[in-house]
Design a protein around this ligand. Structure first.
Ligand code: AMP
Length: 171
């Protein structure tokens, strides 16, 4: 039941800056049943699909993407903030409310045609996920689905994502 997860999520007012209500997933992470449940629900979003790689977005996306990859017995690939990956990378920049950010992926992390599931914890404006999707397109991935634990519906982030999108909890 996604409701059990929703009840556990904690709203933190004005974090990291004024006007933002931060969705704190720490209570889910610290409860093994809720954490397992969130992994099970993310697995359900691609039930019956063949997946070759699970890609997670820095940093909270990693927490969910790696266990999903292990359950599927496929590899995990990180999309990271600029300057963190040690090998040859490609990058995509996107605009934030103030300024710009860049995400990167290793050039050899995905083989052309790999069926990919992309995971992040939360979809807000969609800038981060849309940049990750561009990276995957540049590596000729076959992006099967983008799955989120949480979506902030009013921000219409899914309109920016050129792939099927599923979120488990909606606000
Ligand atoms: P966006 O690019 O606007 O869709 O932002 C998505 C990224 O920022 C995700 O990786 C989230 O972890 C983080 N994020 C954005 N807004 C929030 C929020 N209200 N609560 C928690 N995390 C957020």
């Amino acid at each position: 039941m996604p409701d059990k997860l929703k009840t556990a999520i904690r709203d933190i007012q004005d974090f990291p800056k004024e006007g933002i209500i931060f969705k704190d997933i720490s209570p889910i992470l610290s409860d093994p049943e809720l954490l397992q449940h969130s992994i099970d629900l993310l697995l359900k979003t691609i039930e019956g699909e063949k997946i070759d790689k699970v890609v997670g977005i820095d940093a909270r996306g990693f927490i969910f993407a790696a266990p999903v990859a292990l359950s599927l017995k496929v590899g995990f690939v990180p999309v990271r903030k600029q300057g963190k990956l040690p090998w040859k990378t490609i990058g995509e920049s996107y605009t934030l409310e103030y300024g710009e950010s860049t995400v990167e992926i290793h050039q050899d992390a995905i083989q052309p045609g790999d069926k990919v599931l992309l995971i992040d914890d939360l979809l807000a404006t969609g800038g981060t996920a849309a940049a990750a999707v561009k990276l995957l397109n540049r590596l000729d991935a076959d992006l099967v689905r983008v799955s989120f634990l949480i979506e902030l519906d009013d921000l219409k982030g899914r309109d920016k994502i050129d792939a099927p999108v599923t979120s488990i909890i909606h606000y």
